[in-house]
Design a protein around this ligand. Structure first.
Ligand code: ARG
Length: 569
């Protein structure tokens, strides 16, 4: 496919004698078409060339080679060059590329030979898998697929929170109250209830906390009975989460969680000691980070136990050895910002700065309801992710039963649409913002939602089916797609690969989500403005081909977000 930005940069480089790659970075896509397909701001060149931006712009315009294959026209407005590309060439290059690549359209090999490790989901097991873990699971899942599509060798890690005091609590609770719960029929539910009850009751009864500590200590010491109990709880928790993961299409290559690093604690503590980084402070062992404006990183508590940070240090060290990654992305809430900064800084001080520079914490905001209250925050009233997903599926099924009771595959459609709606809602805004969870918004088939995109996709399919169309690029007269609405669609499709790369560079799946909304809306505008199935066969073929191409991009794009497309809706 022709790289217009690059072509333009080459031409500007020729007349300015400046570095082509630098110039390419300055090229922008203007917010509206009246300012050209591309704009080149001359402000940054003013210093190098010692001339005013508007003089530079005019000089470039006068001297640049207008090669009708690429640039059709250039306007100068102030210090900007507004560049119009040849639309016929655009149409041809896009359609030929999609025809050639099909569902591989947009794929790139920029990641080839590189490894991207994505750590995501990572719930604290034995605690309820509640809606709070939706975001990391969905954002991480999308990044995993996006990096993969960019050619990276991608590794998905589920760093389970499978160690810590919560196990002491659950095991203590079981020893006290087991008879009161229905372990026979609902083991997981019983464990969760016990955990919630324990947390409530320990507030009035500090002896319970003491008891939990004792049990956890036994676990840490490796007391066989307790270890067996822990293993069992871990296993049924993971089995239980699989139901949610299956619904969300989440895949992991490793479930090595915090517990996996237990026997690697001494090594990391010794290494810190040998490197002269460990200090005693009030009975605890810490790494002082005052110089870096951070509170100390506690490595061993005054009670002699290791903590979350210690395990993350050991885990990072292990991942360096195991994966030799080019990128390691931690998808975890923004409340953990300081934690990761501390862990990264300590690793840097230990001499692993080369690897730390490849690590990124990808934070995100909370899930709140319409009024801004955090969902699931009311005490003892957790909102399980699996229940929410099933509720969404049920709601969609009701809609189908109302509108299209004749559909045979109602269950499959309801699952794809119901789950897709939740996923898309999570990804549709910049991740750092709080996500508003509101059924009416996220299931609105006309809004900027997952179901809307799926609906547009289904439209493309039914148009192609109705016409019995078999795409054949050789038969297309590119001149039949000159309407500005069609060009708009083609320009968006042209940007697909760049959009995916951009989403990966910023670890921001919302960039791709917004893109898919833009594409859907543009297609809807075209579809409402022009007849696709029409008397003129040449026109119809061209429009159907465009329809076909839109369908491919919508499908590939939504799949990268973790959604599935229904064939009917
Ligand atoms: N288990 C933690 C939680 O649920 C998230 C883990 C984040 N990753 C890490 N390497 N610390 O809050």
């Amino acid at each position: 496919m022709i790289n217009f930005k690059k072509e333009i940069a080459t031409k500007i480089a020729k007349v300015t004698n400046l570095n082509e790659e630098e110039l390419e970075k300055y090229i922008e896509v203007p917010p509206n078409i009246d300012l050209g397909d591309y704009a080149f701001p001359c402000f940054k060149l003013a210093k190098d060339l010692k001339k005013s931006p508007s003089i530079i712009a005019n000089e470039i315009k006068e001297n640049i080679e207008i090669d009708k294959n690429i640039i059709q026209r250039i306007d100068v407005i102030g210090g900007y060059l507004n560049i119009y590309i040849n639309k016929e060439v655009l149409i041809k290059t896009v359609l030929e590329e999609v025809a050639k690549k099909n569902e591989k359209y947009g794929y790139s090999n920029i990641g080839e030979g590189k490894t991207a490790v994505i750590e995501y989901s990572s719930p604290n097991i034995a605690k309820p898998f509640h809606i709070g873990h939706l975001r990391t699971t969905v954002i991480g899942g999308a990044l995993y697929k996006i990096y993969n599509f960019l050619g990276y060798n991608t590794i998905g890690l589920n760093y389970l929170g499978d160690w810590g005091l919560q196990f002491g609590k659950v095991i203590a609770g079981i020893s006290l109250w087991k008879e009161e719960y229905d372990f026979q029929n609902d083991e997981m539910g019983s464990i969760l209830k016990i955990y919630i009850r324990f947390n409530k009751e320990e507030k009035e009864n500090p002896e319970l906390t003491e008891m939990a500590r004792e049990y956890f200590k036994k676990l840490e010491k490796g007391e066989p009975e307790i270890v067996k109990q822990w293993e069992h709880i871990r296993k049924i928790s993971i089995d239980n989460y699989q139901k949610t993961y299956k619904l969300l299409n989440s895949k992991f290559d490793s479930y090595d969680g915090e517990a996996y690093y237990n026997d690697k604690m001494d090594a990391i503590i010794n290494e810190l000691k040998n490197k002269g980084l460990l200090e005693e402070s009030q009975g605890a062992k810490i790494v002082d980070l005052e110089e870096y404006d951070m509170p100390p990183c506690i490595v061993v508590t005054s009670a002699g136990t290791t903590i979350y940070a210690t395990r993350d240090l050991a885990a990072l060290k292990d991942r360096i050895n195991r994966y030799n990654f080019d990128k390691l992305v931690y998808v975890a809430g923004s409340e953990q910002q300081l934690h990761f900064k501390q862990v990264f800084k300590v690793m840097e001080l230990m001499g692993y700065e080369e690897y730390v520079s490849k690590c990124t914490h990808v934070p995100f905001g909370l899930i709140v309801d319409k009024t801004g209250e955090k969902i699931g925050s009311r005490k003892g009233n957790s909102v399980f992710l699996e229940d929410i997903l099933n509720e969404s599926i049920d709601k969609v099924k009701n809609i189908i039963n109302e509108k299209n009771p004749e559909f045979e595959d109602k269950d499959a459609i309801a699952r794809k649409v119901g789950v897709g709606a939740i996923i898309f809602n999570d990804l549709s805004n910049s991740r750092i913002k709080d996500e508003i969870f509101d059924w009416d918004t996220l299931l609105n088939f006309q809004g900027e939602t997952g179901p809307y995109i799926q609906y547009i996709y289904v439209r493309t399919k039914s148009l192609l089916n109705k016409a019995g169309y078999i795409p054949k690029i050789e038969a297309i007269d590119f001149n039949m797609l000159k309407e500005k609405e069609a060009i708009e669609i083609l320009k968006i499709i042209y940007m697909f690969s760049e959009t995916i790369q951009n989403a990966a560079d910023k670890n921001e799946p919302s960039i791709l989500a917004r893109y898919l909304i833009d594409l859907s809306q543009s297609f809807s505008t075209f579809y409402n403005g022009y007849k696709i199935i029409t008397e003129d066969k040449t026109v119809q073929d061209a429009r159907l081909f465009l329809t076909y191409v839109v369908g491919i991009v919508l499908k590939t794009g939504t799949e990268l977000l973790g959604m599935e497309m229904p064939e009917r809706m």
